[in-house]
Design a protein around this ligand. Sequence first.
Ligand code: 5GP
Ligand code: ZN
Length: 102
Amino acid sequence: MSADCLFCKIAAKKIPSKIVYEDDDVFAFEDIGPQAPTHILICPRKHVASLDEAGTEDQLARKLNLLEGYRTVLNNGSGAGQSVFHLHLHLLGGRAFRWPPG
Ligand code: 5GP
Ligand code: ZN
């Protein structure tokens, strides 16, 4: 755990969130500012600041019944819009998506 990391505090339940999945390695919770009807952040329980430091990912599309398709987005680095430096994958579903993303 990193003492000043928001998502480590969410994992430790020191900050409340709507957790939709968790196990020994991964936790997933609803984004506070959803960009789609379903917007889940999927994080390694281990504090990993960005993809530069990691090699794993996870997804919940089947469990969440996103049969019409879904989009995963991983903002990596400030130039790509990452604002919280605990590696996390956005899982967006429940609407149609255009390409390319903005
Ligand atoms: P990033 O900008 O790093 O790719 O994504 C960070 C995400 O964290 C944003 O979508 C933002 O809405 C979400 N977020 C920021 N603070 C909180 C919070 O306190 N609780 C929850 N559940 N999500 C948060
Ligand atoms: Zn962290």
